[in-house]
Design a protein around this ligand. Structure first.
Ligand code: ADP
Ligand code: MG
Length: 247
């Protein structure tokens, strides 16, 4: 899973505070096309805030985020248009409960991308087939297991043809036996070359699928390296301590 080198995100001295609490402290990094960046770190270290900042669900207090060379933190940037390029999957699935799976998947492409209904439905059906859920097209979210709902949340995002997919602990709310099916879909996506930024506690996944792992602690990226180096030769003392607890 090698990145092809073109920079997608450039994050420069990103800071985020909530009142007096400084949550992100001068985060700088780049994310290239095709990379699978896995973010790990203790609870409260700022992982979600960082991910949400990439989607401008949080407004940075200072610093810049460039996406495909454009400063999306510029007040003049078109945030809604930008967000159409970014898929996001949360711990909780956020499917519309009163819409069928097919409706959940086609709503945004029809309304935002103005895709013809037939075409949007055809593509949604292909994606459902890809994750083995064709027979759920007309079911409602409440009729699905957690793992199935999360697979739907992923393919629903893909219906918008995002340039990058952000995942915030996509398997943390699942029963253990369902974690594998969701990680499997994410591995397939990575293999197909999707750029992904993933917050997870699944260290096996980070090792196998990640092209780079970031350790976030106290609002700072304290270490970032290729998975082998990250897990076999951690340098930061806080990372060593963290790994000794989670591995
Ligand atoms: P993580 O995802 O690593 O567990 P978060 O990014 O959710 O960490 O949170 C980092 C810190 O920011 C925590 O101390 C949290 O309480 C605080 N925080 C997050 N969102 C808000 C908010 N909307 N208002 C105030 N504090 C927040
Ligand atoms: Mg979080």
């Amino acid at each position: 899973m090698n990145a092809d080198g073109q920079i997608l995100f450039e994050i420069r001295d990103l800071c985020k505070s909530f009142g007096d609490i400084s949550v992100l402290k001068n985060i700088s990094t780049t994310i290239s096309q095709g990379e699978v960046v896995v973010i790990v770190g203790p609870s409260g270290s700022g992982k979600s805030t960082f991910l949400r900042s990439l989607n401008l669900l949080e407004e940075p207090t200072a610093g810049q985020i460039l996406f495909e060379g454009k400063d999306i933190t510029d007040p003049k940037a078109n945030i809604n248009l930008y967000r159409q390029h970014i898929g996001m999957v949360f711990q909780h699935f956020n499917l519309f409960p009163h819409k069928t799976i097919l409706q959940n998947m086609t709503l945004a492409p029809i309304q935002l991308l103005k895709r013809p209904k037939k075409e949007a439905e055809q593509e949604a059906m292909q994606l459902l087939d890809r994750v083995g859920l064709t027979e759920k097209a007309n079911a409602y979210p409440s009729q699905l297991s957690g793992g199935q709902k999360q697979r739907i949340a992923i393919v629903r995002s893909l219906c918008m043809h995002p340039d990058v997919m952000l995942f915030d602990e996509p398997t943390s709310a699942l029963d253990p036996e369902m974690v594998g099916e969701v990680l499997g879909v994410m591995s397939d996506l990575a293999r197909d070359g999707m750029t992904m930024v993933i917050v997870t506690h699944e260290m096996g996944f980070a090792k196998e699928v990640g092209s780079r792992v970031l350790f976030m602690d106290d609002g700072i990226i304290k270490e970032e390296s290729a998975p082998k180096e990250f897990f076999d030769n951690p340098k930061n003392p806080r990372l060593r301590e963290f790994l000794s607890k989670v591995l």
